[in-house]
Design a protein around this ligand. Sequence first.
Ligand code: FES
Ligand code: FES
Length: 163
Amino acid sequence: MEQARLETITLTVNGDVRRIAVPPERTLVEVLREGLGLTGTKQGCDEGDCGACTVLLDGRPVLSCITLAVEADGARVETVEGLADGPRLHPLQEAFVRHGAAQCGFCTSGVLVSARALLEREPAPSREAIKTALSGNLCRCTGYTKILDAVEDAARVLREGGR
Ligand code: FES
Ligand code: FES
């Protein structure tokens, strides 16, 4: 049987440098979930439509189901697992709990990392800016209001000196 060709890539995932051999057609979400065991990132539509697979690549949200792992070679990748500081949840995660903004939870990882990228570049976003930043993240459960409330609340906590 012909041996599959592998390429070795280096990713800095949530601060840890990982060197991994991957087939060139393997997507980033597959490598994160199956190769590195980081199953917090969800694989929903697998077609770039739902946003469940969103991760940060060098600080920018990308859809990891339509990003090849080899395209991420040399990049910093942040997944939902990188939000908490040990047992301490990130203010966004705490706000999601307070506001009941996660129901089935399938969209939540993607929403959280998109929101994190927004708050990093814009600490006091308007409601409209939050809606725009999260427009690629579909949620079947919440009707979005609680998600928007939670992100606004987390932004306030962060501005007031929360982590
Ligand atoms: S799983 Fe990537 S956008 Fe839906
Ligand atoms: S909480 Fe279920 S899809 Fe968003």
